[in-house]
Design a protein around this ligand. Structure first.
Ligand SMILES: [Zn+2]
Length: 105
């Protein structure tokens, strides 16, 4: 039986908290989730060698603290997460979510 999220919430420390069907609870930093975005353009961006000679130009949305604006279930196997920087193409499979974050209970 695959684990399913039973409850999603955002903690006071601005972390995503997911309760799973086995009773375990994991917490996720928004930045961690954003950095782990599995969409094609993020995968490509992460594969490029890091350029340290140029400072990235950040938009206002990128400077303000990242938030999750919306999380929508995709079938019963994944979530689509919409971030406050406007990025919303990542489909986070439950198996990925179970590899990320930190077990808190
Ligand atoms: Zn992405």
């Amino acid at each position: 039986m695959d684990l399913q999220p039973t409850k999603l919430s955002v903690t006071e420390e601005q972390k995503l908290e997911i309760e799973w069907s086995d009773g375990s609870i994991r917490q996720y930093g928004f930045d961690e989730l954003r950095e782990s975005c599995p969409c094609a353009s993020c995968l490509e961006r992460r594969q490029k060698p890091e350029s340290t000679s140029l400072l990235p130009i950040l938009s206002a949305e990128e400077i303000s603290p990242l938030r999750i604006e919306q999380m929508n279930p995709v079938g019963n196997y994944a979530y689509n997460i919409r971030f406050s920087d406007g990025h919303d193409t990542g489909i986070y499979q439950l198996t990925l979510l179970l590899q990320l974050g930190r077990v808190v209970a």
